[in-house]
Design a binder for this molecule. Structure first.
Ligand code: SF4
Ligand code: SF4
Length: 384
């Protein structure tokens, strides 16, 4: 057996021993979806995520990241540890958080595992080599690489899909100058299915295999820094961090295995937390509660923006006290969305709170939002 084949086989065994659920090798080559990626950027579908076009050329050419790169080791790590009971997910007084964020932040954990794999490779390889490790943080087209490495196919929902694992897994890569034995890509198994496209609440797929991030709740509730555009607020429902709907709809996830890693098990109260207590969270409480959690990414103001929208979407007067308190939040972004939430619930108490807040408010955006909310607020409280 040639030396590279032996090393590649040993590397795969080691990756599994470290805890990865799948591993494959992609040859560094022109990417089949390069033109589609360029067009996606040209059409502005990356929304405000300016770091994507900034690194366009690097993303399309691993040799610009690691000069002389020949192979990319792609790994997958499952994170689905349990499912959400339907009664909790449908309870409007609770917020829905994307599965990947229930436990500890994966970036450091997966990177550490990949670094262990790289160290092993350095010890085993006869020749010295250059390499870099990435976990959802560098200029890498991760799904494209994983597809080329035979880990799965890119589904109509744009997620990497695996017949064995479904799609609830993290991806990571080692780009290396080593010549490893590449795997074959797997074929597309979406067939005539359109379940993910049909399930999306915001119609974020202009076509199969294309996601318009500007409309996607995952972008709007996590990556977007400013206001959630008004047309998506009702559609957000009780999603306060991300959205798994187009993955939940996928038949390949029905029989997918569960992960048993303790790191990704839900932290207490993170599967579907009650909304009202989140609204009153101080900076310190936020830092304390979400230390080492993906939920720290939108910062307190982004998360409370989402919570205010979700509280409005309860259409329940019981949510008014929490929103009322939010009208005096230090962050204008939060106050704006609180005003919208009160307008959505409506009724005398909500309107009075909005008028009082309007009289004391000096931020133009918040004032405009209060005006809109007063105009749109139902005279009587909406009932669910
Ligand atoms: Fe649509 Fe949610 Fe999927 Fe985004 S994550 S495309 S909003 S179903
Ligand atoms: Fe493909 Fe259907 Fe899954 Fe969408 S739901 S990714 S179309 S198999």
């Amino acid at each position: 057996m040639p030396a590279t084949q032996t090393l590649t086989d040993q590397l795969k065994r080691k990756a599994r021993a470290i805890g990865f659920d799948a591993v494959g090798i992609a040859r560094v080559q022109a990417y089949p979806h390069a033109d589609a990626f360029r067009e996606w950027l040209e059409r502005g579908m990356h929304a405000t995520m300016a770091y994507i076009p900034r690194s366009e050329e690097k993303r399309l050419d691993p040799e610009q990241v690691v000069p002389g790169a020949r192979s990319i080791v792609a790994v997958a790590k499952l994170y689905r540890t349990q499912d959400i009971p339907h009664d909790l997910r449908d309870d409007r007084e609770r917020g829905v958080i994307s599965r990947y964020a229930w436990g500890d932040d994966y970036h450091d954990i997966v990177k550490e595992q990949l670094n262990e794999l790289r160290t092993w490779l350095e010890e085993r390889s006869d020749a010295p080599f250059d390499s870099r490790v990435y976990v959802d943080s560098g200029p890498v087209l991760e799904r494209e690489v994983a597809m080329l490495a035979g880990l799965g196919w890119i589904g109509k929902n744009t997620m990497l899909m695996s017949r064995e694992l479904g799609s609830y897994f993290f991806l990571g890569e080692i780009i290396t100058t080593l010549d490893l034995v590449a795997d074959e890509p797997v074929t597309d198994h979406c067939g005539s299915c359109t379940k993910c496209l049909d399930a999306c609440p915001t119609d974020a797929f202009p076509a199969p295999y294309t996601l318009d991030a500007r409309k996607c709740l995952s972008y709007l509730t996590i990556e977007r820094k400013g206001e959630i555009p008004a047309e998506y607020r009702e559609l957000a429902g009780n999603h306060i961090f991300g959205c798994d709907i187009c993955q939940e709809a996928c038949p390949w996830n029905r029989k997918a295995p569960l992960a048993d890693d303790t790191e990704y098990r839900p932290r207490e109260g993170l599967v579907t937390p009650a909304l009202a207590p989140l609204m009153g969270m101080s900076d310190e409480a936020f830092r304390e509660r979400f230390r080492g959690s993906p939920l720290k990414r939108p910062k307190r103001r982004g998360l409370l923006r989402n919570v205010a929208v979700a509280l409005g979407n309860t259409c329940d007067p019981d949510a008014i006290p929490a929103l009322e308190a939010g009208l005096s939040d230090a962050e204008p972004l939060v106050r704006r969305h609180v005003a919208w939430g009160l307008g959505r619930i409506g009724g005398k108490r909500a309107q009075e709170a909005l008028r009082r807040a309007g009289a004391a408010e000096d931020d133009a955006d918040v004032l405009a939002e209060i005006d809109d909310a007063l105009q749109q607020a139902p005279q009587e409280e909406e009932t669910r």
